[in-house]
Ligand binder design. Structure first.
Ligand code: MG
Length: 374
């Protein structure tokens, strides 16, 4: 494959409702839809998943743009690619900047699958025809409002509920949830809101039969998570701590977690995500696919990823209508009884809805391969 051009469409989309985590509230998604075009006119799509501020990881929409424009796009436009794995190798000399890399790599995966008449799921080696999904709920002003939301999504059939927690918004909230929903598969995500000093508080989480507690401690605290896991019955799931295979291996070796949340964007792309999935399968670590308040393009990538065998727990892959009044793909992603049917169409399996893209587009930039002139 020779990538002829890369087009960055900057989009700004308002979330249906603000999403509150332990770090703050997200009201809109400002991101880049990345379009890659090869010499035969095949097109692939990816999206940047970083937020506007670095509360989740160090990357932001602005840092991603700099990396794409100055480093990654020029590298891609100067290379010849046989397989999307080559993009991972091509970007390897560039430290971190995983979300910037993943946006391009994802677009190349889509293009590669389309070129070969495969669905992205098939190209990745996924076999599932449907995937199970759970709902991730932000914090609400009142517990009553949260219970109402849970009620709504449980009635829509989502297979597990995840709520965000932080000190002061944890035990009482969980007591209320369990009082009303004693049986629902429930988990919490702390986004690093606790430290080991909170160990007595965190032990109380064991009373609520949680599937897992996600990222209780700081993202650079893989060792401390091992200390905590020794004290907890509830499985720890790592999210922000895991960027590379080295992180996965360290977490497994130290017994820092029993579960890992794999987001293609956080780990530099689908190639790395698949490698982590395979390694975790071998080591008996359960994995599931997380979400980044993605538009339909990122969502479609995650659906394809979740078709791999060891993604045995429901992912944070809601329907398009979970976050958006209107998504930028056609058809939109629909959740039915907690499941999403995997599309049979080539590549990501959804068309780009250009009318919607134009509506939300702030800017468009085209980067072209340099042609040799004689
Ligand atoms: Mg998380």
């Amino acid at each position: 494959m020779i990538i002829d051009s890369v087009i960055l469409h900057r989009l700004n989309m308002q979330l249906k409702a603000p999403f509150q985590t332990s770090f703050g509230t997200v009201k809109e998604k400002d991101f880049y839809l990345v379009e890659v075009v090869d010499e035969d006119g095949f097109r692939g799509f990816g999206e940047t998943s970083a937020f506007s501020t670095p509360w989740y990881t160090e990357e932001t929409t602005a840092t991603v743009k700099v990396m794409l424009e100055q480093i990654l796009i020029p590298k891609l436009l100067a290379a010849r690619i046989e397989h999307p794995d080559d993009v991972t190798l091509l970007f390897q000399p560039v430290k971190r900047n995983f979300m910037a890399k993943a946006a391009i790599e994802g677009a190349v995966w889509d293009l590669y699958a389309k070129r070969n008449g495969l669905t992205l799921a098939q190209a990745l080696g996924g076999k599932k025809r449907t995937i199970d999904v759970g709902i991730s709920l932000g914090m609400e002003e009142t517990t009553t409002a949260l219970l109402k939301k849970i009620e709504q999504y449980v009635s829509e059939g989502y297979k597990r509920v995840k709520v965000k927690v932080k000190p002061g918004k944890d035990i009482d909230v969980l007591k209320a949830i369990r009082k009303h929903f004693p049986q629902i598969p429930l988990m919490v995500d702390a986004n690093s809101a606790y430290t080991l000093k909170d160990i007595e508080l965190l032990k109380k989480f064991d009373d609520f039969a949680l599937l897992m507690i996600e990222q209780p401690l700081s993202d650079d605290d893989i060792a401390m998570h091992a200390e905590l896991q020794k004290e907890l019955e509830t499985p720890i799931c790592l999210d922000e701590s895991i960027y590379s295979m080295a992180d996965v291996k360290l977490a497994v070796q130290l017994k820092s977690c029993k579960i890992i949340n794999i987001k293609a964007s956080r780990v530099g792309g689908l190639t790395n995500a698949k490698k982590m999935h395979d390694y975790c399968k071998e080591k008996g670590i359960a994995v599931w696919v997380g979400g980044m308040l993605d538009s339909g393009v990122g969502r479609a990538h995650h659906i394809a990823l979740a078709t791999l065998e060891n993604f045995s727990l429901p992912g944070d892959i809601g329907g398009s209508g979970r976050y958006w009044h209107e998504d930028i793909i056609a058809p939109e992603v629909v959740v039915c009884r907690g499941e999403i049917n995997v599309s049979d169409s080539p590549g990501i399996g959804y068309e780009i809805d250009w009318e919607k893209v134009k509506k939300h587009r702030v800017s468009k930039e085209v980067f072209q391969r340099k042609r040799k002139t004689t």
